[in-house]
Design a binder for this molecule. Structure first.
Ligand SMILES: Cc1cc2nc3c(=O)[nH]c(=O)nc-3n(C[C@H](O)[C@H](O)[C@H](O)COP(=O)(O)OP(=O)(O)OC[C@H]3O[C@@H](n4cnc5c(N)ncnc54)[C@H](O)[C@@H]3O)c2cc1C
Length: 253
């Protein structure tokens, strides 16, 4: 890898990419607007799915750390109707494919797995300028600048990047999903797969980006559409409890 990778945003997606690049010995820097890792509470719990989020953690070599923060028993489920009767119950036998963790704990594992100084806190990107040959000058709110070989927009839902040579996106920046419990999982898988593609094509960034995007865009469209439709079906169902049970059993799996 001749040109360093510059990631904008230290969310779960950007940090997973940074970790996978680190595993492959590829230099990377993450610029994050928050002034420190503890500047904001990181929200509540996340289900990490065996078909996307866990694949990303495997690529990142962090499954042991992940298992150490799983909240046991939290995969148990119970649907209760308006009259208090239990309509559906499923115990957590420890074999489920979507164990629950605290988002902050997962982010901490990713942060701790990076070399010191990889994440530059308090660096809010204010603008970028193309320099040619895929390189970009990135300007921060304090007026300082860096030149990026590959620029990755991992800055979440309000991201505004154009897909031009030398730039790609991941997570919410690439595909803002329905609120269906997939967004963080998808962001992590995007990060892992982009990292693996860059490692597989060390001298051809555009080939790496093409390989990554050819899988990422159809996958995110499919999940947002299928799962999003499932959420809508529950909301509009006359029998909400039954709609939920259908989703948790055969119909939704
Ligand atoms: C209430 C709620 C509940 C959710 N529950 C789930 C769930 O259970 N399961 C699930 O999978 N998903 C869930 N999601 C979705 C999930 O949170 C997102 O899809 C996921 O966080 C996207 O990760 P990301 O890395 O792409 O972006 P983000 O996590 O948004 O990270 C982006 C980072 O970029 C930084 N940034 C932004 N602008 C700049 C800038 N100009 N310069 C530098 N840095 C910048 C931000 O400070 C932030 O740290 C939920 C979302 C919400 C709102």
């Amino acid at each position: 890898m001749h040109t360093p990778v510059t990631i904008i945003g230290a969310g779960l997606g950007g940090l997973t990419l940074a970790r996978v690049l680190h595993v492959h010995g590829i230099p990377v820097t993450v610029y994050e607007a928050d002034p420190s890792p503890s500047a904001r509470t990181q929200g509540g719990m996340l289900d990490i799915h065996d078909y996307n989020g866990q694949l990303a953690l495997e690529a990142a070599g962090l499954m042991d750390g992940f298992h150490s923060i799983v909240l046991e028993g939290r995969q148990a489920m119970r649907v209760i109707d308006l009259d208090g009767s239990v309509q559906f119950e499923e115990a957590d036998d420890g074999t489920g494919g979507r164990p629950e963790v605290m988002r902050g704990a997962l982010r901490r594992i990713l942060l701790d797995s990076l070399a010191a100084g990889t994440v530059r806190w308090g660096h809010k990107v204010s603008s970028t300028r193309a320099l040619g040959e895929g390189r970009h000058e990135v300007t921060f709110a304090d007026g300082t600048t860096v030149v990026a070989g590959l620029l990755v927009g991992a800055d979440g839902a309000w991201s505004r990047w154009d897909r031009v040579p030398g730039v790609t996106l991941l997570g919410d920046a690439a595909h803002l999903a329905a609120p269906n419990g997939e967004g963080a999982n998808l962001a992590m898988l995007d990060g892992a797969e982009l990292g693996q593609a860059l490692a597989a094509h060390p001298d051809d960034i555009e080939a790496a980006i093409d390989e990554y995007e050819q899988a990422m865009f159809p996958r995110s469209t499919e999940v947002a559409t299928f799962e999003g439709a499932g959420v809508h079906r529950i909301d509009s169902d006359d029998n909400t409890a039954q709609g939920l049970i259908n989703m948790f059993t055969e119909e939704g799996r």
